[in-house]
Design a binder for this molecule. Sequence first.
Ligand code: AMP
Length: 281
Amino acid sequence: MIKVVKKINEMQFITDKLRTEGRSIGFVPTMGYLHEGHISLVEALKSHCDFIVISIFVNPTQFGPNEDFMEYPRDFENDKKRAAENGVDVIFYPSAKDMYKEDFLTSVRIKQITETMCGISRPTHFEGVATVVLKLFNIVKPHTAVFGQKDYQQSVVIRKMVEDLNVDVKIIVAPIIREDDGLAMSSRNKYLTPEERKEALVLYKSLILAKKEIERGETNSRAIIKKMEEIINEKKLVKIDYIKIADPDTLQDLETVEQRAVIAVAAFVGSTRLIDNVLIK
Ligand code: AMP
């Protein structure tokens, strides 16, 4: 039977006990409204861990003042059902009041790699993410935690935090799960109107185009980005936030693609901000 834990000290008690029993704890942090992408992260843990915790917490501190914190989709009962069906042992489901006491003062800031890509239009986002993830690690005490490549920059930021602060958690990054037509699964896809949903596909198409250009021998990042911009700009409901070709570890711009690279795109589709990426090996 799946267990729902709301209190921080109860969660710590459970995992403390499991650790003394020699069990291995796997952890998937989420904001809920679970889809196949989240479930794939649970699956990715099964070969590493024998006890799986997911957290469902729409973390207020990672949303900017004009972002969708209030509207963010929530459906706890359905999440609980899906988690139970997929072998999750505990859902950690805290309240914001318990996570952030009135006198909360601490935050985790990772420099440089948070100041590019999504960090430009969401300047406080990664500080909110890093702080909550470190809190969740201290509460859930996992041996292994898994993050999606979907939020590529987030995965780099978490890895860096874990490395710099000697956090004793193994980080796994799992591939992007897509709808049949290629759109990256996201809780935010729910916001899209049918017309926006059709146009949103151009993000993935632009990444495929970039990959093909590279396979064809194109190495100039500017030329690749220009081609991507051209097909995206044909869609009247889609407005590019950024397109970036970067080193996959440092997130520094690459002028040429002659080594490993990440190609990342963020765009507004109507009023919904979507992100996607591909890795060039
Ligand atoms: P979220 O609930 O959106 O904060 O996402 C929780 C975790 O699920 C993060 O590590 C995301 O990167 C991951 N995730 C979200 N969408 C996908 C997807 N389509 N495929 C794989 N992982 C995903």
